[in-house]
Design a protein around this ligand. Structure first.
Ligand code: SAH
Length: 494
């Protein structure tokens, strides 16, 4: 099986830089033994104007079978021959993806110690795979590579036998991709999409496969319209792992969409000479409004209920006036991402004592939440069904009863101002409802009254004279400190 990567260049920016990027010298042939066979890397052409690297993988079918048996794969008698005689040695299957990640490991990570600026370069690239198994055919190849920034995606069906055109096409295509991309991005796309197209993954699917998928998908998979199909096939249709991947990708997509991940970019903005101000992402504005309200209330011990990936927990942690921070979420996956973001395992004891991540649901009262200065519910209530809201209300305002409660939620009136949001749509598929300012105030007013709080409203983001701000925040402050005006309803006892 065979793959070529070609780039073009000039005397100042020579195409042979490809050798640095791939960590393989253009003048030499490299041979590497891999678990499934032997990988050869060589350069059929290498000039400043044009340079092509070729990866040829010789698969050892016997080694493949041995490895399969080692893992206890049985099979029908006629499957036995298929184990030896199959397309694996010839087609660019998932094995080629494994070889790619082995042979071009550093390139895939986008690293180049000698020339650190190179991996960031967007280069003209041409990738050709003469025989690519494509379950789903050329049409699926277009759906998969189409949204990924290539100028040309060509997938020609390979006939079963050129001598007998009436036999029709095989399930293989000849793939050509052309466009200007960073090499690492192109390689990471191939690493994921080759096995997806092959759709017969040859190795065991381990739980860390989801992590691998997310790492390789960094920067392109979360927003890909086919990310469900990609995850499912990549994970060999393993239901739970696929669900896991889809949920995590959704969190990534959300963070990307509302700019939670752009903090580094914000810093970069300060360094540009550009005087034009960049709009501050709404998620950042929300976080700042929340931090300001918490500081205003003099809160030191804070609950972040429905903390998601922990962006707010992290921001709270950076301010020492918050002495105790608890992030709670119903999603273990979100909490795992939050723990990684906070690098909890690398913190010293004193520092880590300030943060706790808890798994729990706001639909139930929870003794662990009692006795805090403040609770934040940032973009959480709209994720619960309306019928569950009274339970959330009781859990927070009746049982946990922090002195201050901040609740933010989208203002549906503002949706007409989002350029990309079709009329009548909510901002996110998982929103069970989105409220007008009036609806939010009606709910918050009643909650305050029932539980002995007073409530004020703070707009977050551009406060449009007609439709109001994109995000609305209610700031509840306790007026009655003892007991509650409400008794637990059935099934809600602590
Ligand atoms: N507060 C974060 C995340 C908002 S997304 C932010 O502002 O960015 C909504 C979060 O609420 C998700 O992480 C979801 O897992 C969580 N969630 C949904 N229902 C929940 C429930 N019943 N109990 C606790 N968390 C819940």
């Amino acid at each position: 099986m065979f793959l070529t990567i070609t780039t073009t260049g000039t005397a100042e920016n020579p195409a042979t830089d490809l050798g640095f990027l791939l960590h393989k010298h253009p003048d030499r042939v490299r041979v590497e033994n891999q678990s499934h066979g032997t990988a050869h890397v060589f350069y059929p052409e290498a000039t400043a104007e044009r340079c092509t690297a070729a990866l040829l993988l010789e698969v050892d079918p016997v080694a493949l079978v041995r490895r399969g048996q080692g893992k206890g794969r049985g099979g029908a008698p006629d499957a036995a021959l298929a184990q030896y005689v199959n397309d694996r040695p010839y087609a660019a299957s998932s094995l080629l993806a494994v070889a790619l990640s082995g042979v071009f490991r550093t390139a895939l990570k986008g690293q180049c110690a000698l020339r650190p600026e190179l991996p960031e370069q967007v280069r003209p690239l041409r990738i050709e795979i003469p025989v690519l198994p494509a379950r789903g055919g050329a049409e699926l190849v277009h759906r998969l590579f189409g949204p990924l920034g290539w100028d040309l995606v060509q997938a020609e069906a390979v006939p079963l036998d050129e001598q007998f055109p009436e036999w029709g096409d095989s399930r293989y295509v000849r793939l050509v991709l052309e466009g200007e991309l960073r090499l690492a991005d192109a390689l990471r796309q191939l690493y994921v999409l080759l096995p997806v197209l092959d759709d017969s993954k040859h190795y065991w699917i381990a739980p860390d496969e989801v992590d691998k998928l997310l790492r390789a998908g960094d920067g392109w998979l979360a927003a890909h319209p086919e990310n469900g199909l990609i995850s499912s096939r990549y994970l060999a249709r393993h239901k739970r792992l696929t669900q896991d991947a889809i949920e995590r990708l959704e969190l990534v997509r959300l963070a990307e969409a509302d700019g939670s991940e752009v903090e580094e970019i914000d810093n970069a903005v300060d360094e540009t000479r550009d005087t034009e101000e960049r709009p501050v992402p709404l998620a950042v504005q929300r976080r700042e409004a929340i931090l300001a309200a918490l500081r205003g209330a003099g809160a030191a011990r804070v609950l972040d209920l429905g903390c998601g990936q922990g962006q707010l927990v992290q921001a709270l942690f950076k301010d020492v006036s918050f002495t105790e921070i608890v992030g709670m979420d119903v999603s273990v996956r979100a909490l795992n991402i939050a723990a990684k973001r906070l690098r909890l395992e690398r913190m010293g004891e004193r520092q880590s004592a300030r943060v706790t991540l808890l798994q729990g649901s706001l639909a139930y009262t929870d003794k662990r939440l009692a006795g805090y200065d403040a609770a934040v519910l940032s973009e959480v209530i709209e994720h619960l069904d309306l019928e569950r809201l009274p339970a959330l209300e009781y859990a927070v305002f009746g049982s946990a009863r922090p002195r201050t409660v901040l609740v933010t939620t989208p203002n549906v009136e503002y949706n007409v101002r989002w350029e990309t949001l079709p009329a009548g749509h909510v901002r996110h598929g998982d929103h069970r409802f989105e409220w007008t300012r009036e609806e939010f105030r009606a709910w918050a007013g009643q909650v305050a009254q029932r539980h002995g709080y007073e409530v004020a409203y703070v707009p977050i983001g551009d406060d449009d004279p007609e439709v109001g701000p994109p995000t609305q925040m209610a700031v509840f402050t306790q007026t009655e400190t003892i007991g509650t005006t409400n008794t637990p309803k059935e099934g809600e006892a602590a």
